[in-house]
Design a protein around this ligand. Structure first.
Ligand code: FES
Length: 146
C-alpha cells in the first residue's frame, strides 16, 4: 500500500497547476478507494464544475483534465485501447498490426486523437498532451488536488 507520497515521481509528467501561486489554494478531494480505481481502470469525476479523469495502469495513478487539447472534447470519456504497433518481420517487411501489452491509450470520442494514459502525450506529436492534475494515494484513498 502506498504511504501517501506521490506515486512514481520520477515518471510523473509535468503537472499543470490550474491556479497560480497567488490564486486560490488547491482543494484535496478523495474521489475513490484505490482498489475501486484498479478495478474500473478509469473514473471521471466532476468537482465543482472541474471534470477530471483518473486512471490506474501498471501500478500507477494519473489524473487528467477532461478536455482534449485538439478542440476541447471530453477526452477522458473516450475508449481505452492498447497502443497500436506496426510489427516488423524478417527483412524489415511489415508483419501487420499488433497491440502493445503494456501501453494503453485514451481515444478522444470527438475525433479519435490518442493520448498515452501515463504520460498524457499524443504518440506522434510529443508537444500535444493532456493537462495533468496532481493526484496521490493517501491511506488507500485516491486524492486529487483541484
Ligand atoms: S476534440 Fe479530441 S480529438 Fe478533437
Amino acid at each position: 500500500m502506498n504511504d501517501g507520497s506521490p506515486l512514481a515521481p520520477e515518471t510523473m509528467p509535468d503537472i499543470v497547476q490550474p491556479e497560480t501561486a497567488t490564486g486560490p489554494a488547491l482543494q484535496d478531494v478523495a474521489i475513490a478507494r484505490l482498489e475501486d480505481l484498479q478495478e474500473k481502470e478509469r473514473i471521471v469525476v466532476d468537482i465543482d464544475g472541474k471534470e477530471v479523469g483518473v486512471y490506474f495502469l501498471n501500478g500507477e495513478v494519473r489524473a487528467w483534465v477532461n478536455m482534449c487539447p485538439h478542440q476541447g472534447g471530453p477526452v477522458c470519456q473516450g475508449k481505452i485501447m492498447p497502443r497500436t504497433l506496426q510489427l516488423v518481420r524478417e527483412g524489415m517487411k511489415s508483419g501487420g498490426l499488433g497491440f502493445s501489452e503494456t501501453e494503453r491509450h485514451i481515444v478522444c470520442p470527438w475525433h479519435g486523437m490518442e493520448f498515452d494514459i501515463l504520460t498524457g502525450r499524443h504518440p506522434s506529436n510529443q508537444e500535444v498532451r493532456l493537462r495533468g492534475v496532481p493526484v496521490r494515494v493517501v491511506d488507500g484513498e485516491v486524492v486529487v488536488s483541484v
